[in-house]
Design a protein around this ligand. Structure first.
Ligand code: AMP
Ligand code: MG
Length: 503
């Protein structure tokens, strides 16, 4: 199908470029002329993400889309731009940042009555922008593959995230410590606005622009804040509260699945509560609450167990930025306070399902804390533990307890814990518990070494590993007997993988 009014082949009829962010005006961005990438080739794409744009599975393979997605050509109606933001990095004010290597291609709006929401299409690694500072505006293949796979993996785990449409490579070299393959990862989200956008306008005392931005986000994504009678009916305080709630729920899901973001700077926090900017992230292997996945994070500011507190700290920065609109400090503080109830509630709810409980049970928090302590003491593989526990519950057989026990060198702690857990389980139909567990404890997560295997193959122009990995990560709760090796323990060499900030 080809709808000429949409200016892009392969789109279903009625889709059109809307570009609502561009309509905010030049204080918010710089219009961009994209720098094309030489001799581009498709490394991987997600048919599921393509559906969000009303694109069929083959559309992305067309030469026209390849040209759009590396900036060789701009579709009629799109308005490429790079936005300005600021932010706090590693706890200190970093001043102006902005889309240093990303450009919004435009926003695609589905036809009226369509169930899909409008999506912005962003090209990351598309070349220099006015916000590139010391950088070259490019992204390398390895980090683009990691971002692509993790975006789709998180979505399949039910965790709010920006999406990824595809990764495109180019043999045109990009220099880091050594020459590397350049790439562009195409990201999709209803909006890429970050806490840092608000901090930017507050910092420069540009209150009219601050209000314009807040009104834009509220009208599009948080319209209920205008009707909410809580917090004295103050829409900006209600907006802060709604962002606080979404962020708390997202981080609770990170903690439950063992996801470490690695760079929770305020410019990497989505105003929609989406996981955004995948860099040195890691899914925990052995459970270590103090794990630091970012090689550049010398102080451990973004260690795994600190993520909820950091999210709260970041929300505080957002609250400060919104204060000129909220006007009353008490209201902003009240909005932020909701984190302290929403986060533990959301985390308890996640742990309940992981344990196979249809709802949070009395005594569950102590049970979960005891378990996490045991897992940490013996660095038990986090996701393998939960999957084996799920199988034990599903089989209801004593013999199936062995695979769980085998994960512990010292069984003195886990034996009594399993007894205690069985007492809780006795109140719940086994089938129900097992079903909950097998649908909430993934068999497949994007461990660092799996990403590395896909990257190494892709660097040899073999994209099959990436394709297989995407297949299991899109269905992480299903068994994939032919791809069992992706569900195993990390090999010894995984410990040597070091991933740092921007690459
Ligand atoms: P990140 O650590 O990826 O969140 O990036 C922090 C800031 O640095 C953002 O403003 C990025 O756009 C910018 N940045 C990161 N890498 C590059 C690069 N290679 N070229 C230009 N800007 C970059
Ligand atoms: Mg960033």
């Amino acid at each position: 199908m080809h709808d000429t009014s949409s200016g892009a082949p392969g789109l279903e009829p009625g889709w059109r470029w809307n570009n609502s962010f561009a309509a905010l005006g030049p204080d918010f961005y710089t219009p961009m002329r994209l720098q094309p990438l030489a001799a581009p080739y498709m490394v991987g794409h997600s048919a599921q993400a393509a559906r969000l744009l009303g694109l069929g599975p083959d559309a992305l393979q067309s030469p026209a889309w390849l040209d759009f997605l590396v900036g060789n050509q701009v579709p009629d109606g799109a308005q490429p731009l790079s936005s300005v933001y600021s932010g706090h990095q590693f706890g200190v004010w970093a001043g102006q940042l902005g889309d240093g290597r990303a450009a919004l291609l435009g926003e695609l709006q589905p036809p009226a009555g369509h169930t899909a929401s409008a999506q912005e299409i962003q090209l990351k690694g598309s070349g220099l922008t006015p916000y590139s500072r010391m950088g070259d505006g490019r992204a390398v293949l390895r980090s683009s593959i990691r971002e692509f796979l993790c975006s789709e993996a998180m979505h399949a785990l039910g965790i709010p995230t920006t999406r990824a449409l595809c990764v495109i490579g180019s043999d045109h070299p990009v220099y880091r410590e050594q020459p590397e393959t350049a790439a562009v990862v195409t990201r999709l989200a209803p909006s890429f606005i970050r806490f840092g956008h608000f901090e930017h306008f507050c910092h420069h005392d540009l209150h009219a622009q601050l209000r314009q931005l807040a009104d834009y986000v509220i009208d599009r994504f948080y319209p209920q804040c205008r009707q909410d009678s809580r917090l004295n009916g103050n829409p900006y305080a209600n907006f802060l509260q709604a962002v606080t709630e979404r962020t708390a729920r997202m981080v609770a899901q990170w903690q439950a699945v063992g996801f470490c973001h690695g760079v929770m700077n305020t410019d990497n926090m989505s105003i929609l509560g989406l996981t955004i900017d995948y860099g040195p992230f890691q899914f925990l292997d052995g459970f270590d609450p103090g794990h630091i996945c970012n090689h550049s994070d010398n102080q451990g500011r973004y260690a795994f167990y600190k993520q909820p507190n950091v999210a709260y700290w970041n929300l505080y920065c957002l609250g400060h930025a919104l204060l000129p609109l909220v006007e009353e400090q008490e209201l902003a503080i009240a909005a932020l306070e909701t984190f302290k109830t929403v986060f533990p509630q959301a985390f308890d709810a996640c742990m309940a399902t992981k344990l196979g409980f249809p709802e949070v049970r009395d005594g569950q928090r102590a049970l979960a804390e005891d378990l996490l302590r045991l897992l940490a003491e013996q660095r038990v593989d986090y996701n393998i533990f939960w999957r084996r526990l799920s199988h034990w519950v599903a089989q209801d057989a004593q013999s199936e307890q062995e695979p769980v026990l085998d994960l512990f060198l010292d069984r003195d702690g886990i034996d009594p814990w399993l007894l205690q857990y069985s007492e809780h389980l006795a109140h719940i139909p086994r089938g129900l518990a097992a079903n909950l567990m097998l649908k909430s404890n993934p068999k497949y997560v994007l461990r660092n070494h799996l990403g590395e295997l896909a990257i190494q193959a892709a660097q040899r122009k073999d994209f099959s590993v990436l394709g297989q990995l995407l297949q299991v990560l899109e269905h992480p709760f299903d068994e994939h007997p032919e791809l069992e090796s992706f569900a195993g323990f990390p090999p010894d060499w995984a410990a040597g993988i070091a991933i740092s900030c921007s690459s």
